[in-house]
Design a binder for this molecule. Sequence first.
Ligand code: AMP
Length: 398
Amino acid sequence: MSMLNKKTVEDIDVAGKKVLVRCDFNVPFNEDGSIADPKRIVEALPTIKYLIANNAKVILCSHLGRPKGEFNPKYSLAPVAEYLTKALGQEVKMAADVVGESAQTLAAGLKDGEVMLLENVRFHKEETKNAPEFSEKLASLAEIYVNDAFGTAHRAQCSTEGVAHYLPAVSGYLIQKEISIMGGALADPKRPFVAILGGAKVSDKIGVINNLIDKVDTLIIGGGMAYTFYKAEGHTVGSSLVEEDKLELADQIFKKAQAKGVKFLLPIDNRIGDRFASDAKFDVAPKGEIPDGWMGLDIGPETEQLYADAISNAGTVVWNGPMGVTEWDQYAQGTIAVAKAVAESGAVSIIGGGDSAAAIEKLGFADKMTHISTGGGASLEFLEGKELPGIAALQDKE
Ligand code: AMP
């Protein structure tokens, strides 16, 4: 795949050059304005440190939240500059704007090995439209462009894609790590290769199912999407989440799995509730026996065992989407059991970003996994086999 053959920061001479680095500093904040989880900043440090050590003049940029194309102090990246200053042990100068006078003056005055951070690129409405004039303005601040924002690599925007048309453009270490681990697993997986897909809807995961079904030995289904498959098989589902317009698709997936010899596992029992609520009345029901008025909210205990057995000898596990409503303790058990099984399997384990990563982190299994992607949408599109525009725009290795 061409995305695996991109130049990196090590393939270009950065000494004395102004280098614009697109990072994903879109971190969550606490009520008091402090950074709630710095994971994404920490993941960007290897590239920044490499550039400092190799005497580049480093100009960092990122988006934060959705400020709707205008300046809004609530979405300022200033707290990230403060965090970086501590993490790097050297000052990270904060620009007051993105491409305005402040940014230009600071960039022009940078010395080798110094670092600055532009304001939130989404303070300009052109950013998300991938408008060439804004890409050109961003590019004019620097001589080299590095994309290390895996989390936004599936979006073609000025700072993630457009700017690559105006400067020599290469990838950073985080993007390299993400695509080499995920791409490696897809291209040459250690077998058995087990995919675990959960979350709310089949429609969100259909691309991933279609791509992975050609590659995996076992496909494990959990979460809300299991019930569309139940219904397609003719089972009663009570008031479980069902996508009526995806029943035929579910049927095609059954047939495809069968034709390819892929072991396709659905829950054999379910933790159910009489409402969609954290304190719903609780029960367990086997497949085909979810009563009227009740809904499946997690896989059941027997399914935990079935899935754990299927995972125990895996060589590679790719997991996207929780097995149940992990936000509520009484429906988090299935995801916990599967996370334990993955941790104990010794398999190369790759967790898609977004909700899956959040669930794994909240449940305390983050350090047991080989790789937790920093990109929700981006990892999903990568697993769908799509080309990510922010990576496609970078220079190929010769
Ligand atoms: P996704 O973003 O597709 O990975 O889906 C994650 C969401 O799916 C989480 O917010 C879960 O609460 C939700 N979810 C998981 N299982 C179920 C279920 N059985 N019924 C409804 N929602 C579910």
